[in-house]
Design a protein around this ligand. Structure first.
Ligand code: SF4
Length: 307
């Protein structure tokens, strides 16, 4: 059995577990503020949640306190702007935020979640400068390569925009992580494996898998309540995840095997609320099936991504 987990990759690089500190940038999203749309992606529960970012040192301290029981002297952290579109603000404002977040000596890297259509030349230049100080990871929410699903979820940009963003970021030396959602309506296991394969060949360094889950208050919830959407069961999810992992290069770092839904607002599938049980089931299945990341790729495809 082999898959390249983020924990293993970080242990190899930093000699121990590295903790993420989730921070808020206060950025909105063009898919929410009226630039591209007002209702956001169909699964997004972010309406009205674009709070002004608090002081970054305070946010870092609060985030560290949340993991304090597990950490000790010498622990390294990744400062992580996770929610919404964290490059969607003037470059000067972002420079302040990013600089403050990567300032502490125990912050090993900065991770920034955003959309591929929010990377102007000015922002790319800013990110490149930051990446000279400490590693910058840029996370792109692609979710799927299939146009019908992209339009159903109201993603708001086309695949060439993603391709260009990955190329621009890699040209500037950034680490690129791509998000994929499993279980989008109308997608088969083969289609999801195709998306994973595409991400694997895109030049990105890492991938994050999420399960499509239905959160209260989203437009997806209305679709689900009306019976127009069915969610995956755990066995389906695991089988699909395995198919995806077999289709990405061995060297690609797997940042996440399933998402972290807000349990309070989770409507379906309810099994996804018990993350420990889900991860145990996934790991047991990987052992049972002797899962090998990259096993569905040809020798040429595998070699292409050797670090
Ligand atoms: S791009 Fe992200 S923040 Fe914006 S609507 Fe979609 S999921 Fe929500």
């Amino acid at each position: 059995m082999y898959w390249n987990s983020l924990n293993d990759a970080l242990r190899a690089e930093y000699g121990g577990k590295v903790y993420k500190l989730a921070l808020s940038s206060g950025c909105s999203c063009p898919n929410r503020d009226g630039t591209l749309g007002t209702r956001g992606c169909i699964f997004c529960d972010g309406a009205g949640a674009f709070a002004e970012a608090g002081d970054i040192p305070d946010q870092l301290a609060a985030a560290k306190a949340r993991v304090a029981a597990k950490t000790g002297p010498g622990t390294k952290y990744i400062a992580y702007f996770q929610s919404f579109t964290n490059t969607y603000a003037p470059a000067d404002r972002l420079r302040e935020l990013y600089t403050a977040a990567m300032e502490p000596a125990d912050v090993a890297a900065l991770s920034i979640a955003t959309r591929p259509d929010c990377l102007s030349p000015e922002i790319l230049e800013l990110l490149e400068g930051m990446n000279r100080k400490k590693p910058v990871w840029v996370e792109l929410g692609l979710q799927t390569i299939h146009p019908a699903s992209a339009s159903y979820i109201r993603r708001g940009y086309g695949l060439p925009v993603f391709d260009r963003a990955v190329e621009e970021l890699k040209d500037r030396g950034m680490t690129v992580v791509v998000h994929q959602i499993l279980g989008l309506p109308g997608e088969t296991k083969a289609m999801m494996a195709q998306t994973a394969r595409y991400i694997g060949a895109s030049g990105a360094d890492g991938i994050k898998f999420h399960l499509l889950h239905v959160l209260r208050g989203t437009d997806l919830a209305a679709e689900w309540q009306a019976g127009r959407v069915r969610v995956m069961d755990l066995d389906d999810y695991i089988a699909t995840l395995e198919a995806c992992l077999r289709n990405i290069p061995r060297e690609m770092v797997v940042h996440r095997l399933t998402g972290d839904g807000a349990k309070r607002d989770l409507l379906a599938p309810l099994w996804s609320g018990d993350k420990k049980r889900v991860l145990n089931a996934i790991h047991n299945a990987f052992r049972r099936d002797d899962l090998e990341q990259g096993s569905a790729l040809t020798a040429g495809e595998k070699g292409k991504f050797t670090k």
